[in-house]
Design a protein around this ligand. Structure first.
Ligand code: SF4
Ligand code: SF4
Length: 422
């Protein structure tokens, strides 16, 4: 491996070990290699030629949730997430990516049309392979052992995504643009719809970004920076041409891609750099829009709607941790749910999803996630609200494991319910 930029980023690490005290994975692994310091030491070894076993190093770098707790705690402001993602990309360039990742990130994710076709195929396949579970919280595969999917609960894919459900011409123009994201378009279209309808309550014209590419985060986190860059370029070109005053994201992970990673992927020398900075500066989270546009204060008084602190808020690592937007989401929840909202224990603990980590090591991902949901339930929480697609996928699955009565909702669904009481 030869990468001067990566070498410089890794050189900022003083090997102090603070990251070990906060790492989500360390209590599970109890191994130095699971924490940022150990992973950076491996990158150092690869860069200096002391360790040439790139397959093993790739395994160690991928054994991470990219939760960012280490980066936020680091006294030296080491850019751990960027180091790990860049390290994965350098290794992928040398030893290659698995064929399924090349297909998913290179072909499916950048194209809205291919994504819709893939969702339709997945919906049809689910009818054959999966069955509903009694709680109604999702689906289980009929043949779990054969597919290596024992215990996993999947959302039931909708035949029609949110964007496909829009009437012709509906949400086609507007000064404010909604970037709904792949999951809230295809997997949970009701969350896409709730986001759209509640944003419309601001009185502003809302345009839905129909031909968006994927935000690019899954590709970037997996080391496929070329595909992530293609997604970023497509989105920047189209958003710059549409010229909205703001772009609103119901998903914290999509937003972190636009607010932070976009300018890492599109460097100073890139012809789209100016446009990327323009777009990035207009990207905001859903809760900030609901507060700033007056929707929150227009909601009916929630004090008479019952509730006794049963709704908690889960801090997504990207939205609350990286972007610091936990306060805004809580303000929206207070406006929508009043006394039914109360802080839940372990609100800022990672849910254990970690994107590809959940596929790579479902058992560990589940232990972390089950602990999170159980802790909330023991504290009296009956509804976990949040604003990140990965966290919702994970916590609905975990609730089916350990607390089937637990509801996991996007804050937009709660705002939508409040609006319907007006
Ligand atoms: S990443 Fe930061 S916290 Fe961790 S060892 Fe290096 S300097 Fe210390
Ligand atoms: S990103 Fe999270 S899981 Fe990965 S090393 Fe840092 S604290 Fe540990």
């Amino acid at each position: 491996m030869r990468d001067e930029e990566l070498r410089n980023l890794a050189a900022a690490c003083a090997k102090c070990g603070t990251c070990r005290t906060v790492c989500t994975l360390y209590p599970e692994r109890k191994a130095e290699i699971s924490v940022a310091r150990g992973k950076i030491a491996l990158i150092d070894a690869a860069l200096s030629g002391r360790d040439g076993n790139l397959g093993a190093i790739e395994g160690a770098l991928s054994d991470c949730l990219l939760c960012g707790r280490c980066e936020r705690a680091c006294p030296n402001q080491v850019l751990v997430e960027e180091i790990l993602m860049k390290g994965r990309a350098d290794i992928a360039k040398e030893i290659g990516l698995p064929a399924w990742k090349r297909l998913l990130f290179g072909k499916v994710m950048p194209s809205p049309g291919i994504r819709a076709a893939a969702t339709a195929a997945a919906t049809a396949a689910q009818r054959l392979l999966a069955k509903s579970i009694p709680t109604g919280s999702g689906l289980h595969y009929r043949f779990p052992e054969a597919f290596g999917l024992s215990g996993r609960t999947l959302p039931g894919f909708s035949a029609k995504g949110f964007i496909a459900s829009l009437a012709p011409g509906e949400a086609a123009t507007g000064d404010v643009m909604l970037f709904v994201g792949c999951v809230f378009d295809h997997v949970y279209p009701q969350i896409g719809r709730a986001s759209y309808e509640t944003m419309k309550a601001s009185g502003k014209e809302i345009a839905v970004f129909r031909d968006a590419a994927c935000c690019g985060l899954p590709a970037m986190a997996s080391g496929d920076r070329d595909s992530a860059l293609r997604c970023a370029e497509e989105n920047v070109r189209r958003l710059r041409a549409a010229a909205p005053s703001s772009v609103v994201f119901p998903c914290g992970s999509c937003l972190v891609m636009f607010r932070r990673n976009l300018l890492t992927l599109i460097p100073e020398t890139h012809p789209l750099r100016g446009d990327a900075a323009w777009v990035s500066g207009r990207c905001i989270d859903y809760a900030s829009f609901i507060l700033d546009s007056g929707v929150a204060e227009s909601l009916p008084d929630p004090s008479g709607s019952g509730g006794d602190g049963k709704i908690g808020y889960h801090d997504s690592c990207h939205l609350s941790g990286t972007l610091g937007k936990g306060r805004e989401a809580r303000e929206v929840l207070r406006a929508a749910a009043g006394p039914a909202f109360a802080e839940m224990p372990g609100a800022d603990l990672c849910c254990g999803y970690g994107g590809a980590f959940n596929v790579r090591d479902y058992a560990t991902s589940s232990r972390i996630g089950e602990n999170k949901v159980s802790l909330a339930a023991r504290g009296g929480t009956g509804v976990i609200a949040t604003a990140c697609s990965g966290c919702i996928l994970q916590m609905r699955d975990m609730a089916a494991h350990v607390q089937p009565s637990m509801r996991v909702a996007h804050i937009a669904e709660l705002v939508f319910a409040s609006l319907s009481r007006r």
